[in-house]
Design a protein around this ligand. Sequence first.
Ligand code: HCB
Length: 212
Amino acid sequence: MADFEGIGKAVLDADENKVVELVEQALKEGVPANQIVSGGLVKGMDVVGGLFKRDELFLPEVLISVKAMKRGMAILEPLLAGGKRETLGLVMLGTVKGDIHDIGKNLVKAIMEGAGFEVVDLGIDIGVETFVQKATELKPQIVGMSALLTTTMAYMKVIIDALQEAGIRDQVKIMVGGAPVTGAFAADVGADGAALDAIAAVELARDFVGLS
Ligand code: HCB
């Protein structure tokens, strides 16, 4: 019987060796990789997210849990159907044109991946053409934009308007984030929501894909 609870606890304890040991043990018992992901690793990250939200864990602790989760994923990923991981959805992330701040975006990426989303990171200083082209090509469920400057946050509307013009606005949910961004701003620019931190970003993303 696979120790899903133990795997979740090892993620919470950020005990990489224990994660590896229990994941390998579950595989030996014949438990399918996708069940180990959803029943163990993702459950563990859910607990981590909840504790962070209640200020019972701090960001560095969350990040080492993400690292432990990723050790488990590195073993399981090649075994998932067709070598492809079953994910909660595809998220496309980028820091908008004119802005090179990426610490927060990278945290969002790490924690979203920890929570079970697949994330394509477009990088920094990303213009409207790239957002539209990549959204058309990759068909993500969620587009996440980041801006840390009051001068660049306005560019989010340019991107949203362009997605609308390209006819794909209705096929994606859009979240905006970065220190100056608020819920009111998100509504103003036509986004579906704002996330004030990485855990809120995961919650919003789960909500977007109908999992809240
Ligand atoms: Co920078 N900078 N900076 N900066 N910078 C800020 C942002 C100021 C507020 C500092 C200040 O003046 N008080 C300010 C902006 C003022 C304004 O616009 N009102 C500022 C400025 C002015 C500038 C330059 C113009 C300075 C200059 O060159 N004269 C320049 C801009 C360059 C450019 O972008 N074109 C600049 C440069 C830099 C660096 C390169 C030195 C460095 C960035 C390094 C990097 O990111 N790789 C930097 C940094 C580090 C900062 C501060 C100190 C920290 C930002 C940060 O990383 N915060 C910041 C001051 C501050 O905030 N204390 C300062 C930590 C992360 C974890 O928080 O809010 O980014 P976060 O992300 C959260 C949250 O917002 C959300 O989740 C994250 C995780 O919890 N989130 C999302 C973020 N993105 C999301 C996307 C989603 O879809 C969903 C959620």
